[in-house]
Design a protein around this ligand. Sequence first.
Ligand SMILES: [Fe+2]
Ligand SMILES: [Fe+2]
Length: 161
Amino acid sequence: MATNHGIINELSRSYAMELETIQNYLANSIDLDGVRAEEIKKALLRDIEEELGHARKLGNRIKVLEDRVPGSLDLHRTQRYLLPPNDSTDVIAVIRGVIRAEDEAIDQYKKIIKMCDPIDLVTQDLILEITAQEQAHRRQFIGFLYEYERGEAKRLTAAAA
Ligand SMILES: [Fe+2]
Ligand SMILES: [Fe+2]
């Protein structure tokens, strides 16, 4: 199989992003306080399972494409906006952070989808499936945002259409 290093690099980047997302979803799912946080914490725990599945699929694909899977010290970190907020009851900061993380994941996957066409349709198929799940995560948190900032949530819904 002809190995495309550009695609493998972007798959590795997505792999790092998924793992960083898991770390911050986990931290927020434990750290948030208050009655209003309970549903958010449950949703984060559910999404962690799916993000771990994404990381596993990406790692397997990198391996099949004849490269090595990076360990922790080779993983880039950027998600300052999703660290547990100073105020542990600031549910809306976490909701906004999740929407941004999902947006960034979707943008990165769209980039890979374009790169794969037409040279690696198997990777493209895998990424399309993952992207659909990220869109569902995003939409769920936009639903949570409706409760707090209806105007902002409506704008974000329109932006995705
Ligand atoms: Fe994911
Ligand atoms: Fe996600």
